[in-house]
Ligand binder design. Sequence first.
Ligand code: ADP
Ligand code: ZN
Ligand code: ZN
Length: 670
Amino acid sequence: MSAFYDLVFDIPVTNTSSGHSYTYLIDDKNEAAVGKRAMVPFGRRDILGYIIAQRENPPENVKIESIKKIRRVVDKEPLFDIRIVDIARWMADFYLCGLGQALSVMIPSGRRIIIPQIPDSDEETEPSLSISDEQFNALHEIKSPSIFNMFYLYGITGSGKTEVFLRAAQYMLNEGKSVIYLVPEISLTHQTAQMIGSRFGSQAATLHSGMSPTARLAQWVRIQRGDAPIVVGPRSAVFAPVPNLGLIIIDEEHDGSYKSGNTPRYHARQVALHRCKTEGARLVMGSATPSAEAWKLMSDGGIKRLDLTKRLSGGGMPQIKPVNLANTQGCLTKELKDEIRLTAQMGKQTILFLNRRGFAHFFHCPDCGWELICKRCSVSLTWHKNRGRCICHYCGYTESPPIACPKCGCLEAGYSGFGTEMIEEEVRRTFPDLQIRRIDADTANKKVNNELGEIAVKRNLEDTLTLFKNGVIDILLGTQMVAKGLNFPGVRLVGVVFADTGLHLPDFRAAERTFSLIVQVAGRAGRYFPDSKVIVQTLRMNDPVITRSCALDVSGFYDCELKQRKALNFPPYSKLIRFTIRSKDVKRADTAIKRLASLAEPLIPQGADMLGPSECPIGIINDNHRRQIIFRSPSRGPIHSMAKELLLRYEKDKDVKTYLEVDVDPISML
Ligand code: ADP
Ligand code: ZN
Ligand code: ZN
């Protein structure tokens, strides 16, 4: 007895609201089912599809002879149910992508299912701490029936947010409900996963980006069966198919890694909001530096704010001091050097933070201003001393550095700016007796092709962090990774080597990012003892972003920042949708963006406006010329409908040598 099934694929389709599915036929009805994946012929090849519906008859206007057969059903048991399809439908609609594209980011791509043996020895440990009054009150609010179902744990760094999250999770588990615990990428996943593993034992499932598709699928199946009611992981863990969702936790809510960089460009916070609403769950976010969006929601009363104002493990907030970097030879001021020395003499540790990798970031000519930039992208190349090459961080292009300025012949042309390698060298030279280790994207996030290599790189990072935690390393040097939620007991000093990096970027969130990064990295100091210090080196001593971050003045910063956003009509006072065209051919890119703009013009709703068309701030990436249009309106509805209509009209007659990317609520404007 044959049957018809509707499938969707990981391909871009315009007809987003209906999901645009394709009907196939199968002879053996017992094999196929909604929720399974199947290989089917599609055009001239076979591709993997997701079965989203069964039907009695082929759709009208489709001839039965033209319906192809499913070649092979991949899964023995369904991997998803209608609830997952509903989330995917919402995603496709909200983020303007295909239903299959949405499903493919939600469901792990692994094919074989190997359920791991959970060791029996994985004993759960009871929390031994007695919680503070503030923690108690926060927890009480989260647990109590209330008109609120969204909460924000706004607590200074080291104020014990994790303990509140863990207890809220425990409460939900006791109620027979499931919990999703989201953490930013990489470093935190590991630390938090360990903590959750030891507290919840075999009830916990961990997902992370280093996992193989097979391993990920195994966790997915465990979760789906209800064997792991608490799931911890980065962004994509928000899709975990837990039964009876009771709570989603978003730790370090401000973190940029919650927004996907690929289609569909979803934000885990947005998905979490949607799931909590439709599944009747609670949402608890937390950070010392909330995003502008969250801050505004709290001020407007849409989210209930819960404050944690004290450090609980004997620490105090550090003394934070801006120091002028002008007229300093090298990249360490005398103040910073003195403090590093003093810290080491006290038997304590230092973290040096720099938001930039590579030896020195750009090669330029002091005479004519010429600058070495990537041949394929319009960004400066970074000098990597250990490889002897200048490297583009967007496309990977490399070249050897020129001996003289190619424009004017000046021999003074050289490197300026700092990178972690250059600082490492200077620090090693200055403190030959101290143990120094560097972690950054180069050492921690290497693209490794095989699983063994990946494990080796991760081990290396974990080893370094363990050595640092145990006090073997005196100075830890690194990029963003050292700023993210790490909890080390011995850190007395944090040095922000160059706080201004990032303030120059042509992006309206540059101030917010810089502010939050400084406050976060400062928060690594003095978690367990008083009198810790932070030195913030800057060339902009009077910049309010610098002075307010040094004063840890979050509300002062947002008073000012939100006023500016309002005046300039940027989020959170408006909604944006960004359309980016890319093409290898500059003329095609220009033509396409102009066509898009002229199709858009008559559609622009009242009160909305169109920024551009223009070249993207990074005009070329990997030989692709990039052009953009940003649509902006005070509320989402009008531009969202408009964007849908625009996509339909644009796709009708599009140039196949150009690509269109749509970003709803973009967070990077580069
Ligand atoms: P946050 O996430 O707010 O930055 P953490 O949750 O990492 O801070 O907590 C910082 C430290 O405080 C941790 O070592 C934690 O064990 C400790 N801590 C949390 N709650 C308490 C408490 N009630 N009493 C004592 N120490 C606590
Ligand atoms: Zn020159
Ligand atoms: Zn490049």
